[in-house]
Design a protein around this ligand. Sequence first.
Ligand code: COA
Ligand code: AMP
Length: 644
Amino acid sequence: MESEIREVKAKSAYRLQHNQSIQEKEAFWKKQSDLLSWFKKPTEILTKTGDFTYDWFKDGELNTCYLVLDFHIEQGRGEQLALIYDSPVTNTIKKYTYNELKRQVAKFAGGLISKGISKGDTVIIYMPMIPEAAIAMLACARIGAIHSVVFGGFAPHELAIRIDDALPRAIITASYGIEVDKKIAYKPLVDEAIEEATFKPKFTILFDRFNDHQEIYDDQTLDFQTLLEQSAEVGCETMKSTDPLYVLYTSGTTGKPKGIVRDHGGHATALRFSMENVYGLKAGEVFWAASDVGWVVGHSYIVYGPLINGSTTVLFEGKPVKTPDASVFWRIIEEHKVNVMFTAPTAIRAIKKEDNLGEMITNFDISSLKKLFLAGERCDTSTFEWISDLIEKPVVDHWWQTESGWPMLGTMSGEIELTSKPGSAGLPILGFDVQILSEDGKHLPANHEGLVALKLPLPPGCLSTLWKNGQGYIDSYLSQHEGYYIAGDSGYFDQDGYFYIMGRVDDVINVSGHRLSTGEMEEIVASHPAIAECAVVGIHDELRGQIPVGLVVLKDRFELEEDNLEKDLIALIRHQIGAVAVFKHVVLVKRLPKTRSGKILRKTIRNIADGANFQIPSTIDDPLIIDEIKDAFLHRKIGDAFMK
Ligand code: COA
Ligand code: AMP
């Protein structure tokens, strides 16, 4: 009874506050921005800059690295832990206080300046999950250089695409990444990418992880540690609120990823707000996002968010299983007294697969943990319930994307905290006006699935534009329905206002919580000389949420064994995108299902593989093809419907 009364009160407080955050957005965000230590406080809070575009805190000046490090030291937190590096793959735990992290960041920043990198230059960071990745990011922020972190699991071709778009003055990398027990040499990958790219960065800075001096250091290849040690500390450059802090590329529907641009002022304001009000984390507490700095979660909640909040962040180099086993999450929570954790549902499913009865957790004390947050993909109710029962703490599914930079749906912390509903990604976070629109732009009522849209202007922290492609930003997100940002997901809300995100409406899939483009995979598969046409679709996978499957039609004169063709195409995708795409299945068909106007019916293919109920579209050019596709999946035993 008491908890029901609390829930009712929280709900009405939430509604009131959410309403205020939308109706009086300038007052709401001014109050939040006042909590930051600006070099020059903004007087303009929200400025319209075009038909659909806005700037936050336009005349404000600050530096994000200052807020993350120097400010806390000035507040007396210098000897508090800022970062804990826990690497089961190298058996290493290393701890950095705010003082030590600042020393290394300020010296490395000095090193970058000494090599001619300055405010406004772009720098690509292609590194494994080591503290030097965070040091490199913060050093760039300190001097006003714009970092672009590329996930270490991407192949050279992906890196080359990003080099040609970001035009970096330098690339910062490390000698090796470690995948469970495999050492992956990064420098040859960087060299291959530079070779492929049209634009040539001036030099590479290499962190020699194991001091094995495999590289020759010269003007083109500088040693990270020497540069850091031999350079003097530098202070923080003054940045305009609207200056770009970083560019992070994310998959769109084509082979060319989108360069999401994040500003300084809006980003810092939003992340600070989210740490306290979404995650319920105080300064001095420990936050662990088990992600990678190559993804937006890593940017926002391994590096910037927890540190802006004066908290301690855990940087984990390992996997939920196999490093060494499915108890590693519980060991880390106990050992570092983690208060709030963030991971992807896939990681929970991987643990559940290894330790279905949840026996391992009983050997650990996880009492420090207040809440577990999940995001990156849809969380099925059975995973949600399994983990909730196991840890006996609130589990919060929350929805966001690279573009938003912080959560758009979820349940908040504090007096407006509401209980999560399994299967739902929660309610709109304060500041986000989330609505469901039909294809023709009408508002849909409760329990009707449609496009998930955000009413403009977006709150602070969301993408300000696409890198050197302002029109692309408008075309991709803002022009479909005037006054709205279209997120690319479909979903609905229920009678209580809880939202359910059902999946992408475009050619983007989520593999183990990693966002990948099937459009890009199709371009690569189609480049094989034997392929006449192809479709790559994301089908359901018990562990990874989705995996890609290629349906291919051969050119007339080619007769290839299905297995050999599959091997060729797998190798091609691994080489061009990376193993992380988990492209492992190819199905040979005589033709693809299409509408009479020639559009490939990808959703129908997906439904066939998943065994979902569906109606054969009335626009299909030849209904008989459905049975042919079913036979082809059955023959390869691919898809939930045909695996047994
Ligand atoms: N560098 C190089 N290769 C990488 C890599 C990296 N940073 N990350 C992944 N890969 C490779 C892996 O080695 C693997 O290669 P293989 O096919 O040769 O074995 C392939 O990419 C697939 O990797 P992964 O998806 O990690 O598969 P896995 O079987 O090793 O682990 C899970 C499965 C479920 C444990 C893992 O995917 C996982 O931890 N998922 C959660 C991810 C997450 O937190 N996402 C949230 C992002 S916000
Ligand atoms: P990324 O930009 O890589 O973070 O991927 C963003 C996409 O992941 C979203 O557009 C969704 O499709 C999906 N996603 C993220 N979080 C959730 C969630 N909680 N529930 C459902 N889908 C999610």
